[in-house]
Design a protein around this ligand. Sequence first.
Ligand code: ZN
Length: 143
Amino acid sequence: MTDASRVDGRSLQRETERIVNEIAQGLRTLDDGVAWFTGLSLAHRQEVLRDVAGYAMQAHITAAGGRAGVTQSGVKPTANPSVMICMDPPRYGFARLPADEHVTAFRVLVSVFTVADTRRRQTYCNGTCGHTWHNLPALTKEP
Ligand SMILES: [Zn+2]
């Protein structure tokens, strides 16, 4: 791997984190995120799917949260990514899904993360946490 591609990987991670959290916090629509996602190369889409699955895991999704996320995502409950996320425990091999299921996987993962993260922001964080991703610049009030 060259230096340039490593730098590229890091900036993709930062972009993924920002976009996914903006969606979770209602600053960006899911469709807008999907438009960004579909513009990426195959390798980058797989990387994003791994990253977002990691966020979902860290947000401690529940089976109920998985189902609520699938409903919000607009993806059919019988689609592979929906079935995987609703398993107990969820199956996380989304990056290994066929390329034509990457968009539905992205929709499901971001929606499930949104459900879990919204619950966490409203309970545990309660507007006073130090999570950088819960304190995005767009949410900061002007003095
Ligand atoms: Zn927080």
